[in-house]
Design a protein around this ligand. Structure first.
Ligand code: ADP
Ligand code: MG
Length: 435
């Protein structure tokens, strides 16, 4: 391999300023390369820094350390030759499809008829022939997303970056667009040399990519790489395909929140969390629903994660937070791509409402440090009250204001269900009054 890779990222690090003056580390030690002819997937939970990484690569943001080089040259500003397709496209409603696509080229200062010729070609290529003079409101979601692809392809970029470009579409539309895209790619019809695609959909990654890089969260790091050499077109039911999906599930659940979370690290049976851990907002209905499903006859207390995801029609981003919250509360454990109810989980499944609440309270106060902290503060105060801001400030030392709000909201809903404290939405106050 004597040719320079299309893209080379070395020891990239990105931080964002925090309100208290500190720094939030979002990406750390990122190394990756993209070679000509490759589709490389970036797979990770929401918040693992994938979109931030694409922005750094496109030269739209500056790293704290490390370097990006594009075809052997350092990127230091918006890079021509790298185009992006987002989850949903902001099309100009007052412009036609053709005009919306031409916009991608106008900045390049090409002659009018060249702009028109190339735009029509891109529109034709991506399956929008006949819709040149339609307005965005006349198009379905899938068609609008095709306009987004046409706008990116019309500049003939060397690298196309997809940021969850199929995730806002319904299942069938997404599948059609993926298939069309892959057909054009394998026939060599796309005016691009390589693709870097972000997704949180494991099956999408296995169906499209030559290689998949797996991200941890807090901070985002690449913690695994899986090569996929199944021939195209790929069949989701093929055993080789299923094996890869399973392997990726195992990799992704082996490191729930990245290595910095908890003291014991990823080899512990139950990864520990600290008060500064970001919690997902998972309702107690979802938690008890998954416990009941696992306990039910179909599974008998244990299930393969990919299997239960497909039985429940849940995607990774839906299922993982629920499964991991159960694991955090020791109602279940996740190992090797399987989820298994613990004794407490099995007990919860058969208990009556009041007994469930007591059990939930016990697990919450024992294993979730923030809930235990809130309860301790309320116990210690003579008034048995504390304002929400008291805890938000504390959380914001460890995370962004949005994440702090989300985390506190999660603990409020669990604490209310378990009746370990009360929270008044109007006065934004925690209390022990009739919890
Ligand atoms: P992903 O695309 O993997 O979901 P993002 O790259 O969007 O993740 O975000 C990664 C982390 O960086 C998140 O915690 C997010 O809150 C934070 N973040 C992203 N952009 C900014 C910003 N401009 N300022 C502060 N924090 C940010
Ligand atoms: Mg993103």
């Amino acid at each position: 391999m004597d040719q320079a890779p299309l893209l080379d990222v070395r020891e990239l690090r990105k931080t964002f300023p925090r309100p208290d003056g500190g720094e939030l580390l979002v990406l750390d030690g990122i190394n990756l390369s993209l070679r000509e002819g490759e589709i490389v997937g970036l797979l990770g939970r929401s918040g693992s820094g994938k979109s931030t990484l694409l922005r750094l690569i496109a030269g739209l943001a500056t790293p704290a350390a490390g370097a990006v080089s594009y075809m052997g040259r350092p990127v230091s500003g918006p890079a021509a030759g790298i185009a992006m397709v987002f989850q949903s496209f902001a099309l100009f409603p007052w412009l036609t499809v053709l005009q919306n696509v031409q916009i991608g080229l106008e900045a390049l200062g090409l002659p009018r008829d060249e702009i028109r010729r190339r735009s029509l070609q891109a529109i034709d290529l991506i399956g929008l022939d006949g819709f040149e003079s339609a307005y965005p409101r006349e198009l379905s979601g899938g068609m609008r997303q095709r306009v987004g692809f046409a706008r990116a392809l019309v500049v003939h970029p060397n690298i196309l970056m997809l940021d969850e470009s199929f995730s806002a579409l319904d299942v069938l539309t997404a599948e059609t667009l993926r298939t069309d895209f892959l057909d054009l790619w394998s026939e060599g019809q796309l005016p691009i040399k390589g693709v870097l695609m972000v997704t949180h959909n494991i099956e999408e990654a296995v169906s499209m990519c030559d290689r998949v890089l797996i991200f941890s969260t807090n901070p985002g790091r690449i913690v695994g790489e899986i090569g996929i050499d199944l021939p195209q077109p790929r069949d989701r039911h093929d055993p080789g395909f299923r094996d890869l999906v399973e392997r990726i599930y195992v990799e992704m659940t082996a490191r729930p929140g990245g290595e910095t979370r908890g003291s014991g690290g990823r080899h512990e049976r139950f990864p520990g969390i600290g008060i500064g851990s970001i919690l997902p907002r998972v309702s107690t209905n979802l938690l008890s629903g998954l416990i009941e499903t696992l306990a039910g006859g179909a599974y008998g207390g244990r299930a393969d994660l990919p299997e239960i995801a497909s039985d429940l029609h849940m995607e990774v981003d839906d299922l993982f937070p629920v499964a991991e919250t159960l694991q955090m509360l020791r109602f279940a454990e996740i190992e090797g791509g399987d989820i298994r109810l613990t004794e407490a989980g099995a007990k919860f499944a058969t208990a009556e409402t009041d007994a469930r609440k007591r059990l939930f309270a016990q697990q919450l106060l024992t294993y979730e440090p923030l809930a235990a902290h809130v309860r301790r503060v309320l116990d210690e105060r003579a008034s048995h009250q504390a304002p929400k801001s008291r805890f938000l400030d504390e959380l914001e030392d460890h995370m962004t204001p949005d994440a702090a709000e989300q985390t506190l909201r999660a603990v409020i809903s669990w604490g209310r269900y378990a009746e370990v404290f009360a929270y008044d939405d109007h006065t934004a106050t925690f209390s022990l009054e009739n919890p």
